[in-house]
Design a protein around this ligand. Structure first.
Ligand SMILES: Nc1ncnc2c1ncn2[C@@H]1O[C@H](COP(=O)(O)OP(=O)(O)OP(=O)(O)O)[C@@H](O)[C@H]1O
Length: 601
């Protein structure tokens, strides 16, 4: 992925790094709110389960100081039975907690993913130009999985373990406050050190999650570009690029592991040292007769029961930090505002018969370098209803960009484009795109059947339209495919030839018999014989619609009533093919060779 492309999300990332983890996680509240009763219920159940565990030492104390001291076997059995009952209750409550959260959390993940997908679909093409696909893919998969797991497990246990620690220390202090304090005092430096480590961990986890996104982009590009890689023997350089990215990720993951190990060492070693000191002092007190053996057993059992809640804090905090990063990455996409989609206003009144009209249209790509001139600089062009206009221009003159403005894949930066008098900027996009159909230079097919790929072109189209569109685009080859029109064409239609894909894309563009048709060099991949057949059928379609056809070859130009030459961001000349050949030197140069022969004929 290019550096400029990554710049946008990296800038957002540094902003996110400054945001607090709690604030990032609180943004999940709208999604969590409907599940709040279950979530809080599961927390309460888990706190109950942990309290059962904390009651066990108290039963032990009663058993040691009572029945054991007084040699009462019945009392010992009762104590043992109580411990067993508390253990069973604890296990049952933890099972209930899992049941309460598992399904709703999976539903929450699905809802967040659906929202992200919907938003990505509505974001403009300019957004997708800027973001690496792997960055979006990793947000839609890995990050959402991290968030689900956080809500189902670390969040609950952060609350439960904090409550357990609070209750546990209260019990410890009430049993023997001096010994309790020995355990409590190290908590202060522990909290300070953990906060520092968590800050560092949060930065590392953000870096790791972004690097996963970069790596995903690389893998995706390698899979899609496998033919180029093989044809040019670029395995080694691609492999090196992959290893570099994987190595960078490995480095970040190792740093995370180091930080986690340091936190783990602190939260394990410091309480253990304190426990050792308390044990020695407690044992001395028991031998001096200042403390009962039962109280020391209960004290130590309670302290040991608190070991896991304390030790797990480091791990839970690290998962929370990763989840805060995942939330930031999710909302970076969700916060990207959609361009306004106006409803029909006074300008959207139809003036039937006006066709397609460009008035003073200006355009530059949002990421065009400063100081470069506008790609389209005050362009005027009119295609009356029912006519076909061929757009010709040198490579890079902006033909494709101009066609992308009509369905508003990009927004013009100045001027007006009207369809039958309706300003497209004031038309709801859904209505606009029902009026305009497009076939792009690079035909994209989806992993679906031929039928679905073609019918995607129009919502209302049926079987008869499908047959007609396939016939018009000379797609007879589909009937020879194993399942005819129901054959799956595979990812990006790679199982078909370039010319077959182009014809299917053309069928998709015409299937809805659109009022306005925009075709970007639609016959470039066809052989001369097939091209002649498609042209013949296409003429009939073009006669019933208003069309703009980008043309590189005279044969395509001859489909049109008139030709416009795009040069220097404006329409430099308009006329018939023969007029322009006679009058316009630039056009003659563009159409040289074959064109001269045809015009002469
Ligand atoms: N998404 C984009 N972001 C920024 N610049 C772009 C983008 N797409 C195209 N450009 C630039 O805009 C210019 C015009 O590109 P465009 O594809 O419209 O030309 P074209 O006339 O259709 O060329 P061709 O005949 O080769 O298809 C080129 O200089 C190109 O680099």
């Amino acid at each position: 992925m290019g550096d400029e492309r990554g710049g946008a999300w990296r800038a957002r990332r540094s902003a996110a790094e400054r945001r607090s983890a709690v604030r990032s996680l609180l943004r999940l509240w709208p999604y969590v709110r409907p599940l709040a009763p279950r979530l809080f219920g599961s927390m309460a159940v888990a706190v109950g389960a942990s309290c059962m565990a904390l009651l066990i030492p108290l039963v032990l104390k009663w058993t040691v100081d009572g029945p054991v001291a007084h040699r009462d076997p019945g009392g010992v059995w009762l104590g043992g039975g109580l411990v067993l009952l508390l253990g069973l209750l604890e296990a049952g409550l933890f099972g209930l907690r899992r049941w309460l959260t598992a399904r709703p959390m999976a539903a929450l993940e699905a809802r967040m993913r659906a929202d992200l997908y919907r938003h990505l679909q509505r974001l403009p093409v300019a957004f997708h130009d800027r973001w690496g696909s792997g960055q979006l893919l990793s947000r839609a998969t890995g990050d959402l999985q991290i968030l689900r797991m956080f809500l189902a497990f670390p969040l609950v246990f952060l609350v439960v373990n904090s409550a357990t620690i609070l209750v546990g220390f209260t019990i410890l202090l009430t049993q023997r406050w001096t010994l309790g304090l020995i355990l409590l005092v190290p908590a202060v430096p522990l909290i300070v050190l953990c906060t520092y480590f968590m800050g560092q961990y949060s930065l590392a986890s953000r870096r790791a999650q972004d690097q996963i996104g970069d790596l995903t982009t690389l893998v995706e590009e390698s899979a899609l570009g496998i033919r180029i890689i093989k044809a040019f023997g670029r395995h080694r350089s691609q492999g090196q690029a992959f290893r570099r990215a994987a190595h960078a990720l490995l480095g970040t993951e190792l740093r995370k592991a180091r930080l986690l190990a340091e936190v783990w060492l602190l939260v394990t070693a410091v309480p253990d040292v304190a426990l050792g000191v308390a044990l020695v002092i407690g044992a001395v007190q028991v031998s001096d007769g200042q403390l009962s053996a039962g109280t020391l057993v209960a004290f130590l059992s309670t302290a040991l029961a608190l070991r896991w809640p304390i030790e797990s804090l480091g791990w839970l905090l690290s998962m929370s930090s990763e989840s805060a990063t995942a939330a930031d990455r999710y909302f970076e996409v969700m916060d990207t505002e959609l361009p306004p989609d106006h409803t029909a206003g006074p300008d959207a009144v139809s003036r039937a018969g006006d066709g397609i009209r460009f008035t003073g249209v200006q355009f530059r790509y949002p990421d065009a370098p400063d100081g470069t001139p506008d790609l389209l600089a005050g362009l005027d062009l009119h295609i009356p209803t029912g006519q076909t206009l061929a757009l010709v221009g040198a490579t890079g003159s902006g033909k494709t960009s101009l066609t992308a403005l009509i369905p508003r894949l990009y927004e013009a930066t100045g001027g007006r484009i009207t369809l039958d008098g309706m300003d497209i900027a004031r038309l709801p996009k859904e209505r606009l795109r029902a009026m305009v159909s497009t076939a792009f230079e690079e035909p994209t097919l989806f992993s679906a059947s031929v039928r679905d790929n073609v019918l995607m072109g129009a919502e209302q189209a049926g079987e008869a339209d499908l047959r007609w569109a396939l016939q018009t685009a000379q797609c007879g080859f589909v009937h020879e495919l194993p399942q005819g029109v129901d054959t799956q064409v595979g990812e990006q239609g790679l199982s078909l030839s370039g010319g077959q894909r182009q014809r299917l894309a053309l069928a998709r563009a015409v299937v809805g018999r659109p009022r306005f048709l925009v075709l970007d060099d639609p016959l470039s991949a066809l052989d001369v014989h097939t091209e002649a057949l498609v042209e013949g059928a296409l003429r009939e379609v073009l006669a019933t619609t208003t069309a703009l056809v980008v043309a590189h070859r005279p044969s395509t130009v001859l489909l049109a009533d008139r030709v416009a030459l795009l040069s220097g961001g404006r329409i430099a000349a308009v006329g018939t093919h023969h007029q322009l050949l006679a009058e316009c030197r630039e056009y003659r140069q563009l159409m040289s060779g074959d064109a001269d022969d045809r015009s002469a004929a």
